[in-house]
Structures are given as C-alpha cells and as structure tokens.
Write a protein that binds this ligand. Structure first.
Ligand code: MN
Length: 288
C-alpha cells in the first residue's frame, strides 16, 4: 500500500493511492479503525492496514493526485537519523575510506519537505548538492534487536533527498550546519509498506537535475544494510514508530565531480528509489 499526506484547510490529511493516479482521503473517513494520520496508522499495526483495505473495497471517492498539495509522507517523525558515507563508490568519490562503523548525523522536522515543494537556498551557502536515499520508516518500538529481527520492525520505505550545503557541512567535524537546513530533507511522495519491498538491498536509486541523469546506483552498494543500521541504532536508543532513517547516498553527487556546478535557484531535482515513487524538488532563492 502507498500512503501519502497532504495539506488541507484543516491540517494534514492521510491518504492512500487508489487505482491510477488518484488519492483516497482516509482522514475524512477516519473512525472505526480507519486511521486519520500516519501516527494512527503506525499505532494501529496490521489491524489498521486491514481496516484500510476493507474501507477501499467500499469504493470511496477519490481525487486526482495532481489536485493535492503533498506534505512529507511522514509529516511528524519523532527522530530523523541520517547515515553518511554508506555506499562504497560514494565514499570513494568523496575521497574517504570505507568507514568501520556507521557515521550518524541528525536532521530535524524543519528540514522535511513534500513532493513538488519549493525549497529555498539560504544566502549562507552557494554549494548545494543532492543525495538520493532510501528512507526506512520504523513501525514499532525497537530496542536491542538483531539484524535478523530488524526488518520486522520497519513499517515501510520512502524516497528521500538529503540536500546538503557542502561548504557548511565541512566547516567543522560535525555536519549539522550544512544538513539541518529548512526544507533540506524532501520525503515522499509515498510511504510504501514493507510488503512491497521484498529486499531493501536490491533497489535502484536515481537522480536527475533538470532532466539530466546524475545518480544511478543500487542499494546493493550499501556498506551497512538497513537491517544492520536498525540493529546497531537499537543498541543505544529506542527507535519509535515513525522514526526515519536516511540510509545514505550512492555515487554521482556534485561533490564527487571534477567540475562542480552547484545547484541554483530554478533547478529541479528528481530522486527515485526502486518503485517507491519520484520525488521532485525545485530550488528557489531565499526571500529575506
Ligand atoms: Mn546523505
């Protein structure tokens, strides 16, 4: 199932993709076990999914996807954990050795952006780069699990773009300043349930800038798998329903190019992971 979140006059609604490019509003029908938000969907477990399935069989009204102003597919995650240098060929293009342990950093909710959202480039940077990433969405409280158990705790997956300001990222040893920028974590369009992703380590990743192919790789090149990352994080923290893990980007970023032409206002970057959906972001100049 492919869930999405969209803005309405009375806040963010949860929707689900119907047959074709249409959206069924679940929040408008919420009650009797039909979830009205991502949080209710995750809290409801398999029962909530069954209720949604039954509701769809009643033939509820649907509207075209293009009529919707999409929010991040998980609009209110408790945590956003990111992993740096997690692909072999990307570590090489960035001039870094393959790390012995995962390199974690954080983003916050201010960075989330929906599909087709315009994202402002702050005046503080002139070196904006893209990073297509597989994002894992946790489904239940997770502590001290093994890698063999880990994927049972993942609710689903989404396409993400870990937008980065390179000169700010490397100004100090901590990357937060170049990463936790408003709108710099586009996510979506869909939150796809894990049953539609039989192997998260065999998904193609692609990025285009203004239609030109930039990144083309596969999650097979990941150094630390999704299962390994979930197990590792769970040794020190409780992962909660809705937590996001941005699992790193493959090669093909601007940082790794001989001639670096950074992103500029007006550029459209499109990211896609497997069949999870194409995520479009248009960069704009910051209004001050
Ligand atoms: Mn990244």
């Amino acid at each position: 199932m492919r869930f999405l979140s969209f803005h309405t006059d009375d806040g963010i609604h949860l929707g689900i993709e119907g047959e074709g490019e249409v959206v069924v509003d679940l929040t408008a029908a919420a009650g009797d076990g039909v979830p009205g938000s991502v949080a209710e969907l995750l809290a409801g477990g398999p029962d909530a999914l069954a209720r949604v399935r039954a509701f769809l069989e009643t033939g509820p009204p649907a509207r075209p996807l293009d009529d919707h102003d999409l929010a991040p597919c998980v609009p209110d995650p408790p945590k956003i954990i990111c992993v740096g240098l997690n692909y072999r060929r990307h570590a090489a293009e960035a001039g870094n050795p393959v790390p012995d342990h995962p390199i974690y950093f954080a983003k916050y909710r201010n960075s989330l952006a929906g599909h087709r959202q315009h994202v402002a480039i702050p005046a503080a940077t002139s070196r904006v780069d893209y990073e297509v990433e597989l994002v894992a969405v946790m489904g239940r409280p997770t502590r001290n699990v093994t890698a063999a158990q880990a994927l049972d705790h993942v609710f689903g997956y989404a396409t993400g773009n870990d937008l980065s300001a390179r000169e700010l990222q490397t100004r100090s040893s901590q990357w937060t300043y170049g990463k936790a920028i408003d709108g710099f974590a586009p996510l979506g369009p869909y939150l796809v349930t894990a049953d539609e992703v039989p192997d998260p380590q065999d998904l193609d990743l692609m990025t285009w800038v203004n239609g030109e192919p930039r990144q083309k790789s596969n999650t097979r090149d990941m150094i630390f798998s999704v299962a390994t990352l979930v197990a590792d994080l769970s040794q020190i923290m409780t992962l909660e329903p809705g937590d996001l893990i941005f699992t790193g980007t493959p090669e093909g970023v601007i940082l790794g190019m001989a001639e670096k032409v950074w992103m500029k206002p007006g550029d459209e970057v499109v990211c896609e992971v497997g069949g999870l959906g194409r995520l479009s972001t248009t960069l704009v100049r910051e209004r001050r």
